[in-house]
Design a protein around this ligand. Structure first.
Ligand code: VGL
Ligand code: ZN
Length: 211
């Protein structure tokens, strides 16, 4: 891949693996796929879900609320999640099996107590930026390939915000796994398609020989 292209690896953390705080079915299966494709990218960026222990997205913070219920917050609807990816815990660590030593940046997100952030670009209040778009622009990066967890939340929101920020966006389907509750995965793919996000399998990475 050329220098104008980056691989964005979303939330490949123990919290989203089987046995984690917010387990995603088959979450660990993305690791070998990502390890296969990552060497093809000169630019690699990772995200890390990184919540304080009393984060607003945790059901435990809201008396009488259960995980996967939705509540209204000042910035809009928020799904309540089981406690996951608490700062400094094993649950929040990136998977040890990831072989991406050449990665250049780790964007942490969701670290503000009262704002969630699925997207690597803009937090859930739809105002607070993570700075990622500016970093990519400054590096001359215009194309992004996305992989990781979960397809229907952090990957999809990141893909949509990347399109809104003017990037060419490709999601690598077999390098992602989904939470898929109440039709969220089908909805995410439809939203991404409507926004002009390209959807491919990882083989496509090896067919790219553009300068
Ligand atoms: C995620 C829900 C809550 C994700 C993170 O990585 O998709 N989903 N926090
Ligand atoms: Zn989270």
């Amino acid at each position: 891949m050329n220098d104008a292209t980056a691989l964005l690896i979303v939330d490949v953390q123990y919290g989203f693996m089987p046995g984690g705080g917010l387990p995603v079915a088959g979450g660990d299966a993305v690791v070998p796929v990502i390890n296969r494709i990552a060497p093809r990218f000169a630019n690699v960026v990772l995200t890390q879900d990184w919540h304080p222990r009393d984060h607003v997205s945790f059901a435990a913070r809201h008396p009488a609320r259960q995980p996967f219920e939705t509540i209204a917050l000042p910035y809009g609807e928020q799904v309540l999640w089981p406690t996951h990816c608490v700062q400094g815990t094993r649950d929040a660590a990136l998977h040890d099996g990831l072989q991406v030593d050449h990665a250049q940046l780790i964007i942490r997100k969701g670290f503000r107590r009262d704002i969630d952030s699925y997207s690597a670009f803009v937090e859930a209040d739809r105002r607070t930026t993570t700075g990622l778009a500016a970093w990519l622009h400054a590096r001359g990066i215009t194309r992004l390939w996305l992989c990781g967890l979960a397809t229907d939340f952090c990957v999809a929101w990141s893909a949509l915000d990347a399109r809104a920020a003017g990037f060419e966006v490709t999601v690598i389907e077999d390098a992602c796994r989904a939470i898929d509750r109440d039709g969220s995965l089908a909805r995410a793919w439809a939203d991404m398609a409507a926004a002009g996000v390209r959807r491919v399998f990882s083989e496509r990475v090896f067919e790219q020989n553009r300068p």
